[in-house]
Design a protein around this ligand. Structure first.
Ligand code: NDP
Length: 251
């Protein structure tokens, strides 16, 4: 059965663009109250405005860096103080690095990938857990198909996503039926990440046309809207894993 989201409270990290932004809109259409987190405040304000127009009765935003432990403590407290409860935590914030490992000059440039994707997600889960236990809520972890399947360029990114998967599989064992954990593994989705606006060894990701074509042959490029709809349906159903079948059809 599908969970009724009306009036429930959902915290989404990485809600200023891409999959997180569009998940906010899908939740809003269900009448969910929202706490939206990312670093870019202007973008968050825009997303909040649209989410209200789409049906969310109350939206708050927090500009924060999920790789900062104190920031995570602050925005989880803000959300719970404001709304009085927390039903879903969507750990979605993430950055990409794409490079050939042996060509890297300064490997320490990629430390933020683990800090944001893995540690950020762990920090937020740590602070949200007591609140989620009270509501028998859900954690949605946006990992990646590259946490399960490996190819060139993504050594550090894949490792960060595989680390997330191990962490959430373990939490599931520890928590039993108290909290539902949904591990989401998207394929190739058109967003700022895939448009090369984020981190790489040189400070930006370069995904050449040739590389892009090669990836799209395996993982058809999806829109963020389509991905968000697939994800929220699976979450409301209580799926443990969401891997859109066509994301994996070449296996
Ligand atoms: P976007 O770059 O559009 O979204 C990433 C979001 O994370 C933004 O809202 C960004 O906001 C936020 N973010 C990044 N760093 C931080 C930080 N330190 N603290 C807080 N927020 C942060 O790309 P996507 O929507 O594609 O990415 C969303 C998730 O989906 C990521 O975890 C990504 O790895 C995963 N994914 C994406 C795939 C794809 O093909 N697009 C495939 C598989 C997984 P801001 O910059 O304002 O902080």
């Amino acid at each position: 059965s599908m969970e009724d989201m009306a009036g429930k409270v959902v915290l989404i990290t990485g809600a200023s663009s891409g999959i997180g932004e569009h998940l906010a809109y899908e939740y809003a259409k269900q009448g969910t109250r929202l706490a939206l987190v990312a670093r870019r405040e202007k973008q968050l304000e825009e997303v909040a405005k649209k989410a209200r127009a789409m049906g969310s009765p109350d939206v708050i935003i927090s500009s924060a860096d999920v790789s900062n432990f104190q920031h995570c403590k602050r925005f989880v407290e803000e959300a719970v103080n404001h709304f009085g409860r927390l039903d879903h935590l969507v750990n979605n914030a993430g950055i990409l690095s794409a490079f050939f490992f042996e060509e890297a000059s300064d490997i320490t440039n990629t430390v933020p990938v683990m800090d944001v994707n893995f540690w950020g997600s762990v920090y937020v889960a740590h602070f949200a857990l007591p609140h989620l236990k009270k509501t028998k809520g859900k954690i949605v972890a946006n990992t990646s198909v590259s946490g399960w399947l490996y190819g060139p360029d993504l050594s550090i990114y894949s490792a960060s996503k595989a680390a997330m998967i191990s962490f959430y599989e373990t939490l599931r064992i520890e928590l039993g039926s108290d909290i539902t954990i949904t591990i989401v593994s998207p394929g190739f989705t058109e967003s700022e990440i895939t448009q090369g606006k984020h981190l790489s060894m040189e400070g930006k990701v370069e995904i050449s046309e040739a590389k892009r074509d090669a990836v799209v042959r395996f993982f058809p490029l999806r829109s963020v809207t389509e991905s968000a709809k697939i994800i929220l349906n699976g979450v409301r159903r209580g799926d443990r894993n969401i891997t859109d079948p066509s994301w994996l059809r070449t296996l």
